[in-house]
Design a protein around this ligand. Structure first.
Ligand code: HEM
Length: 310
């Protein structure tokens, strides 16, 4: 079962699209047709622009999955994302039926792919969000810190992001958690760099991890560093990019985490928003507000082809 490009690098540019399906019955045929067509659309651009690292991922929200393919079982951990409410921070839940994550070296090529997808679905979708993201400086989040360093290496990335024997009917699939964050960049930039470094848990200039004893318990990379009961680290594959509308004062991070089991991502979110122990919330959230939150299931390429034939 060949997974979609869930472990691809974040890309120089990225487009994230979330659609709603107001009438799932009516949407069935056009969505199935696109499931059949997407591999060829992506392949064509990969062939035409081999150096750009173009990749495409398509995902389904829980209600859309059940509505579009009523005879099929549901992936074990696919439910609508439930809001996570801490005392001070909220990971909001927002709607979404279909999801596309397009990545590559040139925005114009991604726009062509997004346009083809959108044209094919135009009659049956309502756009919920489209975000155009970019790689900022040397792979930094817009808050100035290198983002992605502790992502697992390629082989480990497959294990972290791609469903295996734990859910046999969905091997090769993945859970994509998406969240759009807006940062209070003015307040963040007022913090001395040393305080920013304590919020992230790494040094700003050279990305070195803060030593034990210096790194606070509420640093972002402390609360998101989790293990299983045997002490093995639990990882997800992140492909965050920055987005910005400077004239409107908007600076943000589009968080996307691919995981073999959504419970891993969920635990990281609970640690960030509620704290473990409760109250030890992520310092980064004092400067970052989640304005969306949606969970999608990404089938393998093989399952996508089956859906087209359904
Ligand atoms: C406001 C949005 C976010 C920003 C700007 C951000 C940025 C960063 C940065 C700069 C790092 C350190 C470098 C690295 O290892 O990648 C990091 C680490 C990490 N982040 Fe985030 N992140 C955000 C949201 C999230 C969310 C929502 C999750 C999980 C649900 C998450 C999970 C992780 C993990 C697992 C690590 C690695 C921790 C370790 O060192 O073991 N991040 N993030």
């Amino acid at each position: 079962m060949k997974p979609m490009d869930v472990t691809a690098s974040p890309g120089q540019s990225a487009i994230f699209i979330i659609f709603g399906l107001p009438d799932r019955q009516k949407a069935r045929e056009p969505v199935k047709a696109l499931c059949g067509k997407l591999p060829a659309l992506a392949r064509s651009l990969k062939n035409r622009f081999p150096k750009l690292g173009i990749s495409a991922v398509m995902g389904f929200g829980a209600e859309a999955w059940q509505g579009l393919f009523p005879g099929r079982p549901t992936p074990k951990e696919l439910t609508p994302f439930q809001e996570i409410r801490g005392e001070r921070h909220v990971a909001v839940s927002t709607p979404g039926d279909l999801f596309f994550h397009l990545r590559g070296g040139r925005m114009d090529v991604l726009v062509e792919l997004a346009s083809q997808i959108s044209a094919d679905l135009a009659e049956v979708v309502e756009p919920i969000d489209e975000t155009h993201g970019f790689r900022y400086m040397d792979s930094r989040a817009i808050i100035g810190f290198v983002d992605g360093t502790e992502n697992p290496e390629p082989e480990a990335a497959q294990a972290a992001a791609v469903i295996g024997s734990e859910d046999p009917q969905f091997v090769g699939g993945s859970y994509a958690m998406t969240q759009k964050y807006l940062h209070d960049l003015a307040a963040w930039n007022e913090l001395p760099v040393e305080e920013q470094e304590k919020a992230i848990g790494r040094r700003k200039y050279d990305d070195r991890e803060l030593e034990e004893g210096v790194k606070p318990e509420n640093a972002h990379n402390a609360v998101t560093n989790i293990s299983d009961p045997d002490g093995r680290e639990l990882k997800i594959v992140r492909a965050n990019v920055a987005f910005a509308n400077p004239a409107k004062g908007e600076h943000g991070t589009y968080f996307i985490g691919y995981a073999a089991t959504f419970s891993t991502t969920k635990r990281m979110l609970e640690n960030m928003f509620v704290g473990d122990p409760p109250g030890n919330t992520d310092r980064l959230l004092d400067f970052s507000r989640a304005i969306s939150g949606t969970l999608f299931f990404v089938p393998s390429w093989d399952l996508l082809a089956e859906l087209a034939e359904e």
